[in-house]
Design a protein around this ligand. Structure first.
Ligand code: HEC
Length: 213
């Protein structure tokens, strides 16, 4: 096999790999493409952070852990160790213990068809508090889902709508919308993609048939 044919084959494999990966890229981008709401978090507002800690231990820790931090960290919000022990710990954990959940992961896999993620670093991983806020506000009724709920930011989510008793249930309102500008933009991208792809396909065909002619 001469040098040129080897190069062409390598090139063809690279293009094939890129085309194969393309749907995956689209999916990643599509997952969180709705605009995020502003959580308006103020780290100086101790009262708000204490309330957040209360909601977290009451509404979230039944399933989620924050097991890379200790309860002690909540002393930074102005609470004493005794207050933390009396109001925020419901099992035999000590204030110096890690914030673990009592839910066995095996049960989580059975009930929610997957493990429940630890939330210690979620704000960092998801790029900020706005993501979590939008996610929590994004639950809506969907009788088609196993738990009767779905999420605008996280389609087909496995988590139930745990804050419904505070916020109420939300029914979706579907709207048909034609975005002319967007459609024209996408039209050009499709044409550009098709021309580049056709050119590549032509060269690949040439390379493959070179041996035979
Ligand atoms: C009944 C169990 C349960 C409770 C209670 C619960 N969650 Fe979840 N949560 C889940 C499951 C299961 C997932 C994984 C969803 C998936 O991957 O489809 C999840 C996922 C999440 C995620 C997405 C994490 C990521 O980066 O993918 C966040 C954020 C979250 N929960 C926040 C909360 C908060 C905040 C509370 C309390 C207000 C809470 N959850 C209460 C079960 C629960």
């Amino acid at each position: 096999m001469n040098q040129k044919i080897r190069f062409n084959r390598l090139f063809a494999c690279t293009v094939a790999a890129l085309c194969y990966l393309m749907p995956a890229t689209g999916y990643t981008a599509g997952g969180s493409s709705i605009p995020l709401l502003d959580a308006q978090v103020s780290l100086n507002n101790q009262g708000a952070i204490q309330r957040g800690a209360k909601y977290f231990v009451n509404y979230c820790m039944g399933c989620h852990a924050a097991e890379y931090v200790r309860y002690q960290l909540l002393e930074n919000t102005g609470l004493t160790a005794q207050q933390i022990k009396d109001n925020l710990i419901f099992d035999s954990s000590k204030v110096s213990d890690l914030m673990k959940t009592a839910l066995p992961q095996q049960d989580a896999v059975t009930w929610f068809s997957g493990p429940v993620p630890d939330l210690t670093l979620t704000a960092r991983i998801r790029g900020g508090a706005d993501w979590i806020y939008t996610y929590l506000k994004g639950f809506y009724s969907d009788p088609g889902r196993p738990l009767g709920t779905n999420n605008t930011l996280y389609p087909n989510v496995g988590m139930p709508n745990v804050l419904w008793s505070l916020e109420g249930l939300k029914d979706p309102v579907y709207r048909y919308q034609v975005r002319h500008q967007g459609a024209v933009d996408r039209g050009w991208w499709v044409l550009l993609f098709l021309s580049v792809f056709s050119a590549l396909a032509y060269f690949m065909k040439k390379a493959w048939w070179e041996d035979i002619h």
